[in-house]
Design a protein around this ligand. Sequence first.
Ligand SMILES: NC(=O)c1ccc[n+]([C@@H]2O[C@H](COP(=O)([O-])OP(=O)(O)OC[C@H]3O[C@@H](n4cnc5c(N)ncnc54)[C@H](OP(=O)(O)O)[C@@H]3O)[C@@H](O)[C@H]2O)c1
Length: 319
Amino acid sequence: MQYATLGTNGPKVTTIGFGAWAIGGRDWGETDDQVSKNALNSALDRGINFIDTADVYGFGHSEDLIAEVLSARKSGNVVIATKAGNDFYHGSDQDDVGYGPYRQNYDKDYLVSATEKSLQRLKVESLDVLQLHSPDTDKLERDDPWEALAYLKEQKMIKSAGWSVQSFKETEQAKFLDKYHELIDCIQVRYNLLERDAEEVLFPKAQEYGIGVIVRIPLLFGLLTGKFDRNTTFGEDDHRRFNLAPEKLKKYLDQLEQMQPLFDAYPDQTMAQVSLRFCISHPACTVAIPGAKNPQQVEDNAKASELGPIPAEKIPALG
Ligand SMILES: NC(=O)c1ccc[n+]([C@@H]2O[C@H](COP(=O)([O-])OP(=O)(O)OC[C@H]3O[C@@H](n4cnc5c(N)ncnc54)[C@H](OP(=O)(O)O)[C@@H]3O)[C@@H](O)[C@H]2O)c1
Protein backbone atom coordinates (compact mmCIF):
# COMPACT_ATOMS: atom_id res chain seq x y z
CA MET A 1 0.00 0.00 0.00
CA GLN A 2 1.11 3.58 -0.67
CA TYR A 3 0.88 6.18 2.10
CA ALA A 4 0.26 9.93 2.28
CA THR A 5 0.00 12.41 5.14
CA LEU A 6 -3.52 13.61 5.92
CA GLY A 7 -2.86 17.36 6.20
CA THR A 8 0.33 19.03 7.34
CA ASN A 9 0.23 17.65 10.90
CA GLY A 10 -2.00 14.66 10.33
CA PRO A 11 -1.42 10.90 10.44
CA LYS A 12 0.13 8.81 7.66
CA VAL A 13 -2.67 6.95 5.92
CA THR A 14 -2.92 4.52 3.05
CA THR A 15 -4.07 6.15 -0.18
CA ILE A 16 -7.01 3.74 -0.29
CA GLY A 17 -9.15 3.54 2.84
CA PHE A 18 -12.42 1.85 3.77
CA GLY A 19 -15.76 3.67 3.57
CA ALA A 20 -18.03 2.28 6.27
CA TRP A 21 -21.43 3.77 5.40
CA ALA A 22 -22.93 0.68 3.77
CA ILE A 23 -21.86 -1.70 6.53
CA GLY A 24 -24.00 0.31 8.94
CA GLY A 25 -26.88 -1.73 7.53
CA ARG A 26 -29.22 1.15 6.64
CA ASP A 27 -29.55 3.02 3.34
CA TRP A 28 -27.81 0.42 1.13
CA GLY A 29 -30.17 -2.54 1.20
CA GLU A 30 -29.75 -5.50 3.48
CA THR A 31 -26.28 -6.29 4.80
CA ASP A 32 -24.96 -9.23 6.79
CA ASP A 33 -22.82 -8.22 9.77
CA GLN A 34 -20.56 -11.23 9.42
CA VAL A 35 -19.82 -10.36 5.79
CA SER A 36 -19.30 -6.72 6.78
CA LYS A 37 -16.80 -7.77 9.45
CA ASN A 38 -15.06 -10.00 6.90
CA ALA A 39 -14.81 -6.98 4.60
CA LEU A 40 -13.28 -4.85 7.36
CA ASN A 41 -10.85 -7.63 8.30
CA SER A 42 -9.89 -8.06 4.67
CA ALA A 43 -9.10 -4.34 4.44
CA LEU A 44 -6.92 -4.50 7.56
CA ASP A 45 -5.22 -7.70 6.36
CA ARG A 46 -4.27 -5.87 3.17
CA GLY A 47 -2.68 -3.06 5.19
CA ILE A 48 -5.44 -0.45 4.79
CA ASN A 49 -5.10 1.77 7.85
CA PHE A 50 -7.85 4.34 7.33
CA ILE A 51 -11.56 3.85 8.00
CA ASP A 52 -14.20 6.50 7.41
CA THR A 53 -17.47 6.24 9.30
CA ALA A 54 -20.11 8.45 10.96
CA ASP A 55 -22.21 8.18 14.08
CA VAL A 56 -25.33 8.23 11.92
CA TYR A 57 -24.32 5.26 9.70
CA GLY A 58 -26.69 2.55 10.87
CA PHE A 59 -27.48 4.86 13.81
CA GLY A 60 -24.31 3.80 15.63
CA HIS A 61 -24.00 0.35 14.08
CA SER A 62 -21.09 1.15 11.73
CA GLU A 63 -19.01 2.49 14.63
CA ASP A 64 -19.99 -0.54 16.76
CA LEU A 65 -18.86 -2.99 14.08
CA ILE A 66 -15.54 -1.18 13.60
CA ALA A 67 -14.88 -1.26 17.35
CA GLU A 68 -15.74 -4.96 17.49
CA VAL A 69 -13.36 -5.85 14.65
CA LEU A 70 -10.51 -3.70 15.96
CA SER A 71 -10.77 -4.96 19.52
CA ALA A 72 -10.78 -8.59 18.34
CA ARG A 73 -7.60 -7.92 16.34
CA LYS A 74 -6.03 -5.74 19.07
CA SER A 75 -4.88 -3.42 16.26
CA GLY A 76 -3.78 -0.01 17.38
CA ASN A 77 -2.45 1.43 14.16
CA VAL A 78 -5.70 2.25 12.42
CA VAL A 79 -6.89 5.80 11.87
CA ILE A 80 -10.66 6.17 12.25
CA ALA A 81 -12.39 9.25 10.91
CA THR A 82 -15.94 9.66 12.12
CA LYS A 83 -18.53 12.42 11.77
CA ALA A 84 -21.17 14.24 13.80
CA GLY A 85 -23.94 16.71 13.12
CA ASN A 86 -26.72 14.45 11.86
CA ASP A 87 -28.68 14.08 15.06
CA PHE A 88 -30.45 10.71 15.01
CA TYR A 89 -30.74 10.71 18.80
CA HIS A 90 -33.61 13.21 18.65
CA GLY A 91 -34.91 12.76 15.10
CA SER A 92 -38.62 12.47 14.34
CA ASP A 93 -40.41 11.00 11.33
CA GLN A 94 -40.92 14.52 9.90
CA ASP A 95 -37.12 14.80 9.61
CA ASP A 96 -36.90 11.74 7.36
CA VAL A 97 -35.94 12.78 3.84
CA GLY A 98 -35.05 9.25 2.80
CA TYR A 99 -32.25 8.28 5.21
CA GLY A 100 -34.29 7.74 8.36
CA PRO A 101 -35.31 10.16 11.13
CA TYR A 102 -32.49 12.59 11.87
CA ARG A 103 -31.84 16.30 11.54
CA GLN A 104 -28.80 18.56 11.20
CA ASN A 105 -27.51 19.91 14.51
CA TYR A 106 -24.18 21.72 14.74
CA ASP A 107 -24.75 23.41 18.09
CA LYS A 108 -21.62 23.22 20.18
CA ASP A 109 -23.29 21.36 23.06
CA TYR A 110 -24.79 18.82 20.70
CA LEU A 111 -21.49 18.19 18.86
CA VAL A 112 -19.69 17.68 22.18
CA SER A 113 -22.32 15.20 23.38
CA ALA A 114 -22.29 13.35 20.03
CA THR A 115 -18.49 13.12 20.26
CA GLU A 116 -18.77 11.60 23.74
CA LYS A 117 -21.12 8.94 22.37
CA SER A 118 -18.78 8.14 19.45
CA LEU A 119 -15.85 7.85 21.88
CA GLN A 120 -17.85 5.29 23.86
CA ARG A 121 -18.94 3.30 20.80
CA LEU A 122 -15.46 3.28 19.27
CA LYS A 123 -13.94 2.49 22.70
CA VAL A 124 -11.17 5.08 22.40
CA GLU A 125 -10.07 8.01 24.56
CA SER A 126 -9.64 10.39 21.67
CA LEU A 127 -11.07 10.33 18.13
CA ASP A 128 -8.41 10.36 15.41
CA VAL A 129 -10.55 12.58 13.17
CA LEU A 130 -13.96 14.14 13.80
CA GLN A 131 -15.64 15.68 10.75
CA LEU A 132 -18.62 18.02 10.61
CA HIS A 133 -21.08 15.90 8.65
CA SER A 134 -21.92 17.91 5.51
CA PRO A 135 -23.58 20.99 7.02
CA ASP A 136 -25.75 23.36 4.98
CA THR A 137 -24.00 26.65 4.22
CA ASP A 138 -26.10 28.65 6.72
CA LYS A 139 -24.97 26.31 9.51
CA LEU A 140 -21.34 26.98 8.59
CA GLU A 141 -21.91 30.74 8.82
CA ARG A 142 -22.44 30.31 12.57
CA ASP A 143 -19.51 30.15 15.02
CA ASP A 144 -20.84 27.09 16.83
CA PRO A 145 -19.54 24.21 14.68
CA TRP A 146 -16.05 25.70 14.49
CA GLU A 147 -15.98 26.53 18.20
CA ALA A 148 -17.01 22.96 18.92
CA LEU A 149 -14.11 21.57 16.90
CA ALA A 150 -11.66 23.95 18.60
CA TYR A 151 -13.00 22.97 22.04
CA LEU A 152 -12.86 19.23 21.26
CA LYS A 153 -9.24 19.61 20.17
CA GLU A 154 -8.32 21.60 23.29
CA GLN A 155 -9.92 18.93 25.46
CA LYS A 156 -8.02 16.25 23.48
CA MET A 157 -11.29 14.53 22.69
CA ILE A 158 -10.25 14.65 19.01
CA LYS A 159 -6.82 14.66 17.42
CA SER A 160 -7.71 16.13 14.02
CA ALA A 161 -10.57 18.40 13.03
CA GLY A 162 -12.33 17.62 9.76
CA TRP A 163 -15.22 18.89 7.71
CA SER A 164 -17.14 16.88 5.18
CA VAL A 165 -18.13 19.38 2.49
CA GLN A 166 -21.71 19.04 1.32
CA SER A 167 -22.14 17.37 -2.07
CA PHE A 168 -22.48 19.85 -4.98
CA LYS A 169 -21.54 22.79 -2.68
CA GLU A 170 -17.79 22.41 -3.20
CA THR A 171 -17.28 25.85 -4.74
CA GLU A 172 -19.89 27.70 -2.65
CA GLN A 173 -18.47 26.43 0.65
CA ALA A 174 -14.75 26.68 -0.23
CA LYS A 175 -14.59 30.18 1.33
CA PHE A 176 -14.79 28.67 4.81
CA LEU A 177 -11.27 27.32 4.37
CA ASP A 178 -9.98 30.91 4.14
CA LYS A 179 -11.40 31.61 7.59
CA TYR A 180 -10.83 28.29 9.35
CA HIS A 181 -7.74 26.77 7.73
CA GLU A 182 -5.76 26.95 10.96
CA LEU A 183 -8.39 24.83 12.71
CA ILE A 184 -9.24 22.34 9.96
CA ASP A 185 -6.77 19.51 9.34
CA CYS A 186 -8.72 17.70 6.61
CA ILE A 187 -11.81 17.96 4.46
CA GLN A 188 -13.90 15.23 2.90
CA VAL A 189 -15.12 15.82 -0.64
CA ARG A 190 -17.36 14.15 -3.21
CA TYR A 191 -15.06 13.55 -6.18
CA ASN A 192 -14.89 10.98 -8.94
CA LEU A 193 -14.35 10.65 -12.70
CA LEU A 194 -17.79 12.10 -13.45
CA GLU A 195 -17.97 14.74 -10.67
CA ARG A 196 -14.97 17.05 -10.65
CA ASP A 197 -16.29 20.40 -9.37
CA ALA A 198 -13.90 20.26 -6.40
CA GLU A 199 -10.96 20.78 -8.78
CA GLU A 200 -11.99 24.37 -9.46
CA VAL A 201 -11.71 26.20 -6.13
CA LEU A 202 -11.74 23.74 -3.23
CA PHE A 203 -8.70 21.62 -4.11
CA PRO A 204 -6.42 24.62 -4.82
CA LYS A 205 -7.35 26.09 -1.43
CA ALA A 206 -6.75 22.77 0.34
CA GLN A 207 -3.32 22.58 -1.28
CA GLU A 208 -2.52 26.20 -0.41
CA TYR A 209 -3.38 25.65 3.25
CA GLY A 210 -1.90 22.14 3.62
CA ILE A 211 -5.27 20.56 4.36
CA GLY A 212 -5.70 16.83 3.72
CA VAL A 213 -8.42 15.66 1.34
CA ILE A 214 -10.49 12.51 1.83
CA VAL A 215 -12.29 11.51 -1.37
CA ARG A 216 -15.76 10.09 -0.90
CA ILE A 217 -18.11 8.43 -3.41
CA PRO A 218 -15.06 7.63 -5.59
CA LEU A 219 -17.01 4.89 -7.38
CA LEU A 220 -20.18 6.96 -7.74
CA PHE A 221 -22.11 4.50 -5.57
CA GLY A 222 -20.81 1.53 -7.61
CA LEU A 223 -21.60 2.97 -11.06
CA LEU A 224 -17.92 3.43 -11.93
CA THR A 225 -17.30 -0.30 -11.52
CA GLY A 226 -19.30 -0.73 -14.75
CA LYS A 227 -21.94 -3.01 -13.23
CA PHE A 228 -25.04 -0.86 -13.83
CA ASP A 229 -26.96 -0.29 -17.03
CA ARG A 230 -29.98 1.81 -18.01
CA ASN A 231 -32.36 -0.83 -16.68
CA THR A 232 -30.78 -1.11 -13.23
CA THR A 233 -33.19 -0.43 -10.36
CA PHE A 234 -32.63 -0.36 -6.61
CA GLY A 235 -34.67 -1.61 -3.66
CA GLU A 236 -36.86 0.51 -1.41
CA ASP A 237 -34.20 0.44 1.32
CA ASP A 238 -31.34 1.50 -0.99
CA HIS A 239 -30.61 5.26 -1.25
CA ARG A 240 -29.57 4.72 -4.86
CA ARG A 241 -33.27 4.50 -5.76
CA PHE A 242 -33.18 8.33 -5.66
CA ASN A 243 -29.44 9.11 -5.93
CA LEU A 244 -29.25 6.94 -9.07
CA ALA A 245 -32.88 7.33 -10.17
CA PRO A 246 -33.48 6.52 -13.88
CA GLU A 247 -32.84 10.03 -15.28
CA LYS A 248 -29.66 10.50 -13.20
CA LEU A 249 -28.50 6.99 -14.05
CA LYS A 250 -28.95 7.69 -17.76
CA LYS A 251 -26.98 10.96 -17.56
CA TYR A 252 -24.12 9.31 -15.67
CA LEU A 253 -24.02 6.31 -18.01
CA ASP A 254 -23.82 8.65 -21.03
CA GLN A 255 -20.87 10.43 -19.39
CA LEU A 256 -19.29 7.10 -18.51
CA GLU A 257 -19.09 6.26 -22.21
CA GLN A 258 -16.81 9.29 -22.63
CA MET A 259 -14.38 7.70 -20.14
CA GLN A 260 -14.05 4.48 -22.16
CA PRO A 261 -10.66 5.46 -23.71
CA LEU A 262 -9.25 5.69 -20.18
CA PHE A 263 -10.51 2.23 -19.19
CA ASP A 264 -9.24 0.85 -22.53
CA ALA A 265 -5.78 2.22 -21.73
CA TYR A 266 -5.55 -0.14 -18.72
CA PRO A 267 -6.96 -3.46 -19.94
CA ASP A 268 -5.44 -5.39 -17.01
CA GLN A 269 -7.14 -3.24 -14.39
CA THR A 270 -10.77 -3.28 -13.34
CA MET A 271 -12.92 -0.20 -13.85
CA ALA A 272 -13.00 0.21 -10.06
CA GLN A 273 -9.21 0.30 -9.91
CA VAL A 274 -8.89 2.84 -12.73
CA SER A 275 -11.63 5.01 -11.19
CA LEU A 276 -9.91 4.97 -7.79
CA ARG A 277 -6.51 5.68 -9.34
CA PHE A 278 -8.07 8.75 -10.99
CA CYS A 279 -9.07 10.10 -7.56
CA ILE A 280 -5.74 9.63 -5.85
CA SER A 281 -3.82 10.93 -8.86
CA HIS A 282 -4.95 14.48 -8.14
CA PRO A 283 -2.16 16.11 -6.09
CA ALA A 284 -4.66 17.57 -3.61
CA CYS A 285 -6.11 14.16 -2.71
CA THR A 286 -4.74 12.17 0.19
CA VAL A 287 -6.97 9.11 0.44
CA ALA A 288 -9.97 7.69 -1.41
CA ILE A 289 -12.50 5.80 0.71
CA PRO A 290 -14.48 3.39 -1.47
CA GLY A 291 -17.36 1.81 0.37
CA ALA A 292 -17.17 -1.98 0.37
CA LYS A 293 -19.68 -4.57 1.50
CA ASN A 294 -17.61 -7.73 1.12
CA PRO A 295 -13.98 -8.93 0.94
CA GLN A 296 -14.05 -9.30 -2.86
CA GLN A 297 -14.81 -5.59 -3.29
CA VAL A 298 -12.07 -4.70 -0.79
CA GLU A 299 -9.54 -6.83 -2.68
CA ASP A 300 -10.44 -5.19 -5.99
CA ASN A 301 -10.30 -1.67 -4.58
CA ALA A 302 -7.17 -2.00 -2.41
CA LYS A 303 -5.00 -2.82 -5.42
CA ALA A 304 -5.50 0.72 -6.77
CA SER A 305 -3.14 2.08 -4.09
CA GLU A 306 -0.12 0.31 -5.60
CA LEU A 307 -0.84 1.16 -9.23
CA GLY A 308 0.45 4.73 -9.12
CA PRO A 309 -0.93 7.94 -10.57
CA ILE A 310 -2.60 8.20 -13.97
CA PRO A 311 -0.89 10.81 -16.20
CA ALA A 312 -3.17 13.85 -16.59
CA GLU A 313 -3.10 13.66 -20.41
CA LYS A 314 -4.73 10.22 -20.31
CA ILE A 315 -7.83 11.48 -18.46
CA PRO A 316 -10.68 12.42 -20.82
CA ALA A 317 -12.30 15.80 -20.21
CA LEU A 318 -15.93 15.75 -19.13
CA GLY A 319 -18.21 16.80 -21.99
N1 LIG B 1 -21.69 13.26 3.47
C1 LIG B 1 -20.68 12.47 3.71
O1 LIG B 1 -19.82 12.78 4.49
C2 LIG B 1 -20.60 11.17 2.98
C3 LIG B 1 -21.54 10.86 1.97
C4 LIG B 1 -21.37 9.67 1.26
C5 LIG B 1 -20.31 8.83 1.55
N2 LIG B 1 -19.44 9.13 2.55
C6 LIG B 1 -18.31 8.23 2.89
O2 LIG B 1 -17.65 7.87 1.69
C7 LIG B 1 -17.62 6.43 1.58
C8 LIG B 1 -17.62 6.03 0.13
O3 LIG B 1 -18.77 6.49 -0.54
P1 LIG B 1 -19.99 5.53 -0.85
O4 LIG B 1 -19.83 4.27 -0.08
O5 LIG B 1 -21.22 6.31 -0.66
O6 LIG B 1 -19.87 5.28 -2.42
P2 LIG B 1 -18.79 4.53 -3.31
O7 LIG B 1 -17.57 4.25 -2.54
O8 LIG B 1 -18.67 5.31 -4.56
O9 LIG B 1 -19.57 3.18 -3.65
C9 LIG B 1 -19.62 2.14 -2.70
C10 LIG B 1 -20.50 0.98 -3.18
O10 LIG B 1 -20.10 0.50 -4.46
C11 LIG B 1 -20.16 -0.92 -4.49
N3 LIG B 1 -18.77 -1.39 -4.71
C12 LIG B 1 -17.66 -1.02 -4.01
N4 LIG B 1 -16.54 -1.59 -4.51
C13 LIG B 1 -16.94 -2.34 -5.55
C14 LIG B 1 -16.25 -3.17 -6.47
N5 LIG B 1 -14.93 -3.30 -6.43
N6 LIG B 1 -16.98 -3.81 -7.42
C15 LIG B 1 -18.32 -3.67 -7.49
N7 LIG B 1 -19.04 -2.89 -6.63
C16 LIG B 1 -18.36 -2.24 -5.67
C17 LIG B 1 -20.75 -1.37 -3.16
O11 LIG B 1 -22.19 -1.40 -3.21
P3 LIG B 1 -23.05 -2.60 -3.88
O12 LIG B 1 -22.27 -3.85 -3.75
O13 LIG B 1 -24.35 -2.60 -3.14
O14 LIG B 1 -23.26 -2.16 -5.32
C18 LIG B 1 -20.36 -0.22 -2.26
O15 LIG B 1 -21.17 -0.08 -1.12
C19 LIG B 1 -18.83 5.98 2.40
O16 LIG B 1 -18.78 4.62 2.75
C20 LIG B 1 -18.75 6.93 3.56
O17 LIG B 1 -17.75 6.50 4.47
C21 LIG B 1 -19.56 10.29 3.25
